[in-house]
Ligand binder design. Structure first.
Ligand code: PGA
Length: 226
């Protein structure tokens, strides 16, 4: 069977608990259970356990992810969310998003620690990079190429260039799935999913409205990647 395509929704620092639950209840029942598409929602930490509960009770084919996790074990690390505590509610974690690297001075070394923590408890890390020259921690199963100029700007990278970057990443990390992120929406998604080296998209702003997100999912369903 071919590898699955990933559509990952990054809510960033948006949505209260009730807003995230309303989103799950609008989106969840419309999702089809398919082996070729993995849909992940990454709400803020405050919403995670309620979102996980709603997804579980509804039996929705929706995975839950966090937007970060701690580089440390459990213990005396005030304010940190350790992978071991998160594993009850998330199966994915975005790591090293450019907004964290920029605003919180997150380093490649910290990113590597976070990936190690995630993998040690069975959480799948999604490592965000600026290109093939950003260090990618060993055994990273999923990488998201997210050029800063494209994030939230309405100026996405071209599908061709994103495919070239994915190709370069796969030359040194052949087992790694590579996603594209940065101003993806229901209009341009198809062009990225058609690229042979791109295994899905990490999407921010266009996921917040459940109706718009369902249009994105429709595009993903209509793609054939067998
Ligand atoms: P955007 O964000 O889709 O709003 O550009 C993507 C991201 O930052 O993950």
């Amino acid at each position: 069977m071919s590898k699955p395509v990933y559509i990952i929704a990054n809510f960033k620092s948006n949505k209260s608990i009730s807003e995230s639950i309303a989103w799950v209840e609008a989106v969840g029942p419309k999702l089809e259970k398919r082996d070729d598409l993995v849909v992940v929602v990454c709400p803020p930490f405050t919403d995670l356990s309620e979102v996980k509960h709603a997804v579980t009770v509804g039996h929705y084919p929706l995975q839950v992810g966090s937007q970060d996790l701690s580089p440390f074990d459990e213990g005396a690390y005030t304010g940190e969310e350790s992978a071991n505590l998160l594993k009850d509610v998330v199966s994915f974690a975005i790591i090293g998003h450019s907004e964290r690297r920029q605003n919180f001075n997150e380093t490649n070394e910290q990113v590597a620690e976070k990936v190690h923590q995630a993998l040690s408890v069975g959480i799948t890390p999604v490592v965000c990079v600026q290109g093939a020259d950003t260090p990618i921690p060993d055994q990273s199963p999923i990488v998201a190429y997210e050029p800063i100029f494209a994030i939230g700007s309405g100026q996405p990278d071209t599908p061709q260039n994103a495919n070239n970057v994915a190709d370069q990443i796969k030359q040194s990390h052949p087992q790694t799935a590579v996603l594209y992120g940065g101003s993806v929406n229901e209009e341009n998604l198809k062009a990225y999913l058609e690229q042979p080296m791109i295994d899905g998209c990490l999407i921010g702003g266009a996921t917040l409205d459940p109706e718009q997100f369902l249009k994105i999912i429709e595009v993903a369903y209509s793609q054939s990647w067998q």
